[in-house]
Design a protein around this ligand. Structure first.
Ligand code: BT5
Length: 275
């Protein structure tokens, strides 16, 4: 049973998100230069897109306590009870030389896993392309969208991270988990998001500086899927084979049953549950 003190502490920590608390002393170069928190929006990715016309909006972070239409990839939904978890989006205005969407997707997943570990000491793992897991259950998902705006190419990185609660098993395709399930008390959402934003800022700088090999190695070190046999749906087609690599530019690299090497891009690929 939780002691009164613990309950009081977790209640205090689960107070509403505050932009000033997130921004203050964050120490990032780009991500989180401006932070906005909302009670309820359709999707934090949409709010971030609404700001993409403003020249000075690079690095903007949008958070919400709840979403009416939180989305995943390929038309799927993101579920989250109001006020309990983290739902946020980062806007990147990239001009004429955007970082590859593939690299951003895996840098974002890695940053969530590393940020979670920095803030809680929990070891989070990666499932290609965009799931962050603890003990094989989904803790967080990343949705990367890219569009062309007046200033050139723009990207929104959306992250849903289960802090205090996860959806019930009947509401999701694969088991879900939350940080609180692995800790004695609910962690402070502000500390968790700050840690993720710091890692994301760092990885974006490194990737822009050409450190794709480092990104690859750090990602693969947290991914238990190499050499596993998988079934994959990509661009409407089914593939079966062994994963041989995760390439920051080319996506998932699979050897299929005919010995053919296939590259499957993150945005349109889903690993199917085992039969
Ligand atoms: C993702 O899609 O995992 C990306 C989710 C990104 C959500 C964030 S929230 C902030 C920002 N604003 C948005 O509108 N979206 C982003 P995908 O790989 O397609 O996985 C979606 C699937 O995960 C669903 O079909 C469910 O089965 C499952 N799911 C939904 N909510 C979940 C949750 N809270 N925890 C774990 N699994 C969940």
């Amino acid at each position: 049973m939780k002691r009164d003190q613990d309950v009081a502490a977790s209640f205090k920590k689960n107070q509403k998100l505050d932009a000033g608390q997130i921004e203050r002393g964050l120490g990032t170069a780009r991500v989180g230069r401006c932070v906005l928190c909302f009670d309820e929006v359709d999707s934090t990715n949409d709010v971030a897109w609404d700001s993409a016309r403003q020249d000075n909006a690079d690095g903007l972070v949008i958070l919400a306590e709840s979403q009416r239409m939180g989305r995943g990839r390929l038309g799927r939904k993101w579920l989250s009870r109001p006020g309990e978890n983290l739902l946020f989006s980062v806007l990147l205005l990239e001009g004429d030389a955007p970082i590859s969407q593939e690299a951003i997707t895996i840098a974002a997943g890695l940053s969530v896993a590393e940020g979670v570990e920095d803030a809680t000491s929990l070891r989070a793992e990666l499932k290609w392309p965009n799931d962050v897991q603890i003990g094989g259950a989904k803790l967080a998902g990343v949705l990367v969208e890219r569009r062309t705006v007046e200033s050139g190419s723009a990207t929104v990185i959306g992250v849903g991270l289960n802090v205090a609660t996860a959806p019930p098993v009947e509401a999701v395709d694969n088991p879900a988990t939350c940080l609180t399930a692995h800790l004695e008390a609910t962690p402070d959402r502000v500390e968790v998001v700050r840690a993720v934003l710091r890692r994301l800022d760092e990885w974006l700088t490194r990737v822009a500086g050409g450190q794709l090999a480092e990104l690859h190695d750090a990602w693969v070190a947290r991914c238990g899927m190499l050499h596993q046999r998988v079934r994959v749906l990509s661009g409407g087609q089914n593939y079966e084979g062994s994963i041989i690599d995760v390439d920051p530019l080319a996506g998932l690299v699979l050897i299929d049953d005919y010995g053919v090497r296939v590259h499957l891009p993150a945005a349109e690929t889903t690993i199917l549950p085992r039969k």
